[in-house]
Ligand binder design. Structure first.
Ligand SMILES: *Cc1c(COP(=O)(O)O)cnc(C)c1O
Length: 403
């Protein structure tokens, strides 16, 4: 199977993906896939999306040459794709804006979404305000306490945030609750999934709305350097920012791609979220993919300093690209990510999100060993303002930065 033509009509990326959902959701998901195919072929849809991306979301984002960081690391030239400069501060809005336009086409008046750290909830609440749609966000009770500011942002924009208290009261339970709502409300409701995860057609749709990252980066580097990059690097939670950057380069055989998962405290069960390290093949929340589960098939607890990478399953297309050997996957621990966070801030004056900092940690490790003629593009998936409180716990003592 050719990587750039996946998935097939039932959502399979090789042996991964598919539609593992209750019977009641099969028809709406098939309707969504059909509406999406129609929208893709409609110039009016593209015009409206492009206009919003440009004037509301803030595209194109710059491809910035990190001159000082490159000099410091002493190897490959490092370019940063600045998704952190988008409205709401991360790449997630690319998908939220695309999906709300689809919902409008489908005649839906109500939007639901799940959120972990709150970033996808904020992006969804934002586009719902913009389009005057009713918005319900499911969020674990524990996450609501940890991310009170994002809860306030969502509420300010008119969203209802519903607390989920089942199980660990975090993202996995919020997804289950949103699915339950959708089964009962699908008549008037669209579910905006926040990453390249879940049942077909979501992994494909979310990927396609993020492909703009890679399409722009490809044009920008060709214009700037007259050649393609040698390596692309992105952090991988569900995998949406990574697949958005990687996908337009998949046919370029000489472009190496590296996805960086959350290594937490190291690869110890329940202390990380690196699905390709110690994970197994299974089905979770609609899709067949690599996930972290124990020998009885129970989903394991995960841990990461960054809430956005802290999820037990990876998007099915990444599972496919890993099996095909097209993309390499590695991980950065919490400590390594914090080093990347600090290094980018002090060297370039750019504070990345803690999720993004995992990709920076890999660049920190690899750039110096690559020839100066090489080019790396790393995706800055989001900005780190939201993470300052968390970072201060680790990087500051008595209000002063640690050495
Ligand atoms: C949510 C988030 C991620 C992880 O999600 P992906 O779908 O893997 O991209 C990464 N970076 C930031 C800034 C995020 O908010």
């Amino acid at each position: 199977m050719n990587a750039t033509t996946t998935p097939d009509s039932t959502g399979h990326f090789g042996q991964f993906g598919g539609m593992f959902v209750p019977e009641t959701l099969m028809t709406p998901l098939q309707d969504l896939a059909a509406a999406y195919e129609q929208a893709k072929a409609d110039p009016e849809f593209k015009r409206e999306l492009d206009d919003l991306l440009k004037n509301y979301v803030g595209r194109p984002t710059p491809l910035y040459f990190a001159e000082r960081w490159t000099e410091k690391l002493g190897g490959a030239k490092i370019y940063l794709k600045r998704e952190d400069l988008l409205h709401t501060g991360a790449h997630k809005i690319n998908n939220a804006i695309g999906q709300i336009l689809l919902a409008k086409r489908l005649g839906k008046t109500r939007i639901i979404a799940e959120t972990g750290a709150g970033q996808h909830g904020v992006a969804t609440a934002t586009v719902c305000a913009r389009f005057g749609m009713e918005c319900v966000i499911y969020m674990g009770q524990v996450d609501m306490e940890r991310q009170a500011l994002n809860v306030a942002r969502m509420r300010l924009m008119g969203a209802e945030v519903r607390s989920v208290t089942a199980g660990q009261a975090t993202l996995k339970e919020a997804v289950s609750e949103a699915m339950r709502d959708w089964v009962a409300s699908v008549e008037n409701t669209h579910y905006i999934i926040g990453s390249a995860l879940g049942s077909h057609p979501f992994p494909m749709i979310v990927r396609d709305f993020h492909r703009v990252i890679g399409i722009e980066a490809r044009e920008q580097i060709l214009e700037r350097e007259g050649k393609l990059p040698n390596m692309l690097v992105a952090c991988v939670g569900g995998g949406s920012n990574a697949i958005g950057l990687f996908h337009p380069f998949l046919d370029d055989e000489n472009v190496r791609m590296v996805g960086v998962e959350a290594g937490g405290d190291g690869i110890i069960p329940e202390r990380h979220a690196a699905r390709f390290q110690g994970g197994k093949l299974g089905v979770l929340q609609g899709t067949k993919t690599w996930l972290l589960a124990n020998d009885d098939g129970q989903i394991e607890l995960t841990h990461s300093v960054s809430a956005g990478l802290d999820y037990a399953a990876i998007g099915p297309e990444h599972a496919f690209l890993q099996e095909a050997g097209r993309v390499e996957y590695t991980y950065a621990t919490d400590d390594e990510a914090l080093e990347g966070f600090k290094d980018l801030a002090t060297t370039e004056g750019i504070i990345p999100a803690l999720e993004t900092a995992h990709a920076m940690a890999y660049v920190l490790k690899i750039a110096g060993s690559l020839p100066k003629s090489d080019i790396i593009i790393v995706n800055v998936s989001g900005r780190g303002d939201k993470d300052m409180e968390q970072a201060m716990k680790y990087l500051f003592k008595d209000g002063n930065p640690l050495e």
